[in-house]
Design a binder for this molecule. Structure first.
Ligand code: ACO
Length: 423
């Protein structure tokens, strides 16, 4: 381990995290050298110090506060993972009960928000609605928008986590023309969400425990993922002191893109298009063809170059859900065989392309009954926990500054303005 590296005749401190690569502190580099560094997409740049989530992409490791994602998905619950991400430790029984009760008590949304929904077109995409209504929470909860007040930050965090299922279910109900359902506080976080989504006021809704468990596990798998694009968006928006509701709305907007949260929708569409296992070789050939822009959706990851550990849990969960619901979806056979064929293929092995979390999640969500347009909204619901935890960490970080990247300017240099008649 080195203490410093020398660049342009100046020494720069080498920082060592608890695990992971060393990081060179280049904050003074411009002041010392008059030069910027160039790193579009932040492929080599740490934008913050964090204690929340650790990923080792080469080894396929994902840890939240030190606990492996596999163990959390197997033995924990989404509420417990939410507590862990926010507070740094697993809760005692008493702390867990208090936290769950607090979240449960914040599940209702201001009645006037329902009116807000009615301003959207009936066929609006749920993510368009979510961007709007989550940002609009700052217009309803003025008593939790002061980011400098720790008590207000806690209330805003609880409100966001508690109200996301209600808002996501309302977005769904609105799109199918059914009445909104109020939360039922006797149910679990996830059971309540399923009832608000699939229940109707005309008859009782019974939560299927296998579906509830699978959904809860999907929420755990999406709860946080270090400094990805949407989380970095939330941090950047928050770095100016913007209120948390506005910051999470910014994260939702970023998540919407097909290279990020929209990939599970694209993966399911691709599997449906392939349709039957005999057509797999044709699609594998297309994915390998340099002249064809087609990519195997749900394959590859910027960070994981071994295996996405979330994909393993997801594959087991598909089996459970399809079995429990008695659904025989041919798309699952296509997914299993496509994975097997691709993993044996030299092209995918050489480029270290493996299934990511999105490869199987669409199959499960569709079996549960969600339309593809809801997939990213579910991701946003779960990721809100991570966004909120990361936002809180950023606000309390003494190194925190307003985010202000530099640029490599390649445009015109100074030139005189000519009146329109002389151009
Ligand atoms: N199918 C076929 N080839 C692929 C795929 C794929 N899914 N992914 C990458 N490659 C190839 C590229 O063509 C490239 O080949 P080359 O070196 O010959 O040019 C090489 O692998 C590296 O690809 P990059 O795009 O440079 O890798 P990067 O790390 O930037 O991209 C990404 C990662 C965007 C996820 C990419 O793998 C991809 O587009 N996958 C499909 C979309 C997807 O599933 N996204 C979900 C990500 S997970 C999430 O957001 C929750």
């Amino acid at each position: 381990m080195t203490d410093a590296v020398r660049l342009d005749d100046h020494d720069y401190k080498v920082m060592q995290g608890s695990v992971g690569p060393e990081v060179i502190d280049i904050r003074k580099y411009y002041a010392d050298s008059g030069r910027f560094t160039y790193d579009p997409g932040f492929t080599s740049t740490a934008s913050c110090r964090s204690t929340i989530t650790y990923i080792d992409g080469d080894e396929g490791v994902l840890l939240h506060r030190g606990y492996s994602i596999g163990e959390l998905a197997e033995s924990s619950s989404f509420m417990e993972v939410a507590y862990l991400l926010l507070n740094g430790e697993l809760p005692s029984k008493e702390a867990f009960d208090t936290f769950t009760t607090t979240i449960t008590r914040h599940t209702m949304v201001h009645e006037q928000l329902a009116t807000f929904f009615r301003g959207f077109r009936r066929d609006a995409h749920p993510m368009a609605i979510m961007c709007g209504v989550v940002g609009a929470l700052s217009a309803f909860y003025h008593d939790s928008t002061d980011v400098h007040d720790p008590a207000q930050r806690v209330i805003a965090s609880h409100r966001l986590i508690a109200k996301m299922p209600t808002l996501a279910a309302m977005a769904y109900k609105y799109s199918v023309g059914q009445p909104f359902l109020y939360p039922d506080n006797s149910l679990s976080y996830t059971g309540n969400f399923l009832r608000m989504t699939f229940g109707v006021p005309a008859e009782p809704y019974e939560v299927n425990p296998i579906v509830e468990r699978a959904m809860d596990r999907i929420f755990i798998l999406h709860a946080d993922h270090e400094q990805n694009a949407s989380t970095s968006t939330v941090r950047l928006a928050g770095s100016s002191g913007a209120n948390p509701f506005a910051c999470i709305a910014a994260g939702i907007a970023c998540l919407w893109g097909p290279a990020h949260g929209g990939a599970n929708e694209a993966a399911l569409n691709m599997l449906r298009e392939i349709g039957t296992p005999d057509r797999i070789p044709e699609y594998i050939a297309r994915a390998k063809d340099k002249n064809d822009p087609f990519r195997l959706m749900g394959f590859g990851h910027r960070v994981y170059k071994n295996y996405d550990p979330r994909a393993t849990v997801m594959q087991q969960t598909v089996r459970e859900v399809l079995g429990a619901l008695g659904v025989t979806d041919p798309v699952f056979d296509v997914a299993l065989q496509l994975e097997e064929i691709a993993l044996k293929d030299d092209y995918f092995a050489e480029k270290k392309l493996f299934p990511n979390v999105d490869f199987y999640s669409g199959v499960i969500l569709s079996a549960i009954g969600f339309p593809t347009s809801m997939f990213t909204a579910l991701f946003a619901l779960a990721r809100t926990v991570g966004w909120v935890a990361q936002w809180n960490e950023m606000i309390t970080d003494p190194d925190q500054k307003i985010g202000r990247p530099r640029q490599l300017y390649a445009g015109a240099t100074a030139r005189p303005y000519l009146p329109v008649g002389q151009r």
